[in-house]
Design a protein around this ligand. Structure first.
Ligand code: GLC
Length: 471
């Protein structure tokens, strides 16, 4: 951080920048990432790793400040960790995967990187989001530096192709969405989000958009055609089948079940009795709506998931009208979705029998804590970016003010608990890097709204797709 610029910041921001500096991981003398948390108080577990998803806000911040080297090093080193061969061994990560996290280890004075593809993670969850985020970060890097040649290097082209193959080619089902196991994203513990969770679909869409621009743009390769085919199908599927507002709720409420064949309206055989439509009808504002958490066979998860909805706005997966409706909902149901700390990872929490079944009685995911309805300051930058994209700046301002008043004094906790986010998370780590960067990036987006371009996409237009390599 440049000294003159730092001088213009208030004390909370200054402290945040200093903490971010401390979180940087060096490998063979070069900066390559940031630790998840700089907290030595008790069992650090894997919080001394650099998580790919946690690094996103750090990366966007570094790029905004012209600190390109750390992001470039991160992209190069994580790419080297990507398996390029299929071992046909159940315990080996599949070709194309990017690890959830990595750390530097030192043996006899020699440094190397140790990656975790989920094989060490609690509950051995698969980090599906990492490879999607990796492409999104690469795209942001190229946009910031205008160095398309970086992504055109053969190893990077191969890296993108392998991820695309993994997402587009090998699968059992025939939905345009991506089928994943539970805990495959930011929520990396069991929470009833297996199947087609919105967060993964929104990241998938953004990664497809990014890959389309980064792959050598001849337009006739099988993968490029696959991306062009998939993008509109995925977008329309989400806009139609995931959307919930009063109009749609009325349609769902009167759904007929057991429809067979081509003419079915209720394609996924959703039984209206499985939906809490009475609560929802009261909760949904007249001009508000949101994308459901998950849609699959006889499954419509009506929980609101923040990251998926906000990324859907940022990536233009949601239509312009839907994006405005999501922001209306956040504004009108502020107490539930933001409360005293931006913002809830999902709403409502699952309780009682649902908690027992969905989480397997996870003591960390008790109702209104951690992933199960906890409040995560990192989501503030997504909220600010979505507010910028939709021109709803007052929403971002209000959120940032709330956070600014508490985060520093509370020592930058990972998450908050309670229905309003008033309690510091029961098991939250302190000095959590993405809490710090989430706040700083939100501030940066407010000061320089053009930074939004690093991460956002305009409406997809198939006709112009072949010119897409102009970043
Ligand atoms: C948290 C989050 C996960 C994050 C990790 C490291 O438990 O659920 O998304 O990557 O810890 O911060």
């Amino acid at each position: 951080m440049v000294r003159e610029e730092l001088a213009t910041f208030d004390d909370v921001e200054k402290q945040a920048w200093q903490l971010l500096d401390k979180s940087i991981i060096y490998y063979q003398g070069r900066p390559i990432g940031t630790v998840a948390a700089y907290d030595n108080s008790e069992g650090i577990l894997n919080y001394d790793h650099c998580f790919v998803r946690d690094f996103v806000s750090s990366a966007l911040l570094f790029l905004s400040k012209g600190k390109y080297d750390i992001v470039r090093n991160f992209l190069e080193e994580t790419l080297k960790l990507q398996p390029t061969k299929n071992e046909l061994d159940a315990y080996t990560p599949i070709r194309g995967l990017i690890p959830a996290s990595f750390k530097v280890i030192s043996t006899n004075g020699k440094e190397s990187l140790e990656a975790d593809f989920g094989e060490h993670a609690i509950a051995r969850v698969t980090p599906v989001d990492s490879c999607l985020w990796w492409i999104i970060i690469l795209h942001a890097y190229v946009k910031a530096t205008k160095d398309i040649n970086f992504a055109l290097q053969p190893e990077f082209q191969q890296g993108i192709m392998l991820i695309m193959e993994l997402c587009l080619a090998t699968r059992f089902d025939m939905y345009p969405t991506l089928l994943v196991p539970d805990g495959a994203c930011m929520i990396h513990r069991r929470l009833g989000i297996y199947g087609y969770p919105l967060e993964i679909q929104a990241l998938f869409y953004a990664a497809l958009r990014a890959a389309r621009k980064l792959l050598i743009c001849a337009g006739d390769e099988e993968i490029v055609i696959g991306i062009d085919n998939r993008l509109p199908l995925l977008r329309d599927h989400i806009r139609h089948h995931y959307w919930i507002d009063m109009h749609r709720l009325n349609v769902i409420y009167r759904f007929k079940g057991e429809e067979y064949g081509q003419t079915a309206v209720n394609l996924f055989n959703i039984y209206p009795d499985s939906i809490r439509y009475a609560d929802l009808a009261i909760w949904l504002p007249k001009y508000g709506g949101y994308l459901a958490g998950n849609v699959g066979p006889s499954q419509l998860d009506t929980r609101f998931f923040a990251l998926g909805n906000l990324m859907a706005i940022i990536s233009s997966l949601a239509s312009e009208q839907q994006s405005q409706a999501i922001m209306n909902l956040i504004e009108e149901q502020w107490d539930d979705l933001v409360g005293e700390m931006p913002m809830k990872i999902c709403f409502p929490a699952v309780e009682k029998e649902e908690y027992r079944i969905f989480t397997g009685c996870d003591p960390k995911n008790i109702p209104w804590s951690y992933h199960n309805g906890g409040s995560w300051p990192v989501l503030m930058w997504f909220l600010t970016a979505a507010a910028q994209k939709t021109g709803r700046i007052s929403i971002a301002k209000r959120a940032i003010e709330l956070a600014q008043a508490r985060l520093g004094d509370d020592q930058w906790p990972e998450y908050y608990d309670g229905t309003k986010g008033l309690l510091i998370g029961k098991k939250a780590k302190k000095y959590q890097t993405w809490t710090i960067t989430g706040f700083l990036l939100a501030k940066e987006l407010m000061r320089n709204p053009d930074r939004l371009e690093l991460i956002s996409f305009a409406e997809f237009d198939l006709e112009n797709a072949s010119q897409a390599c102009e970043l």
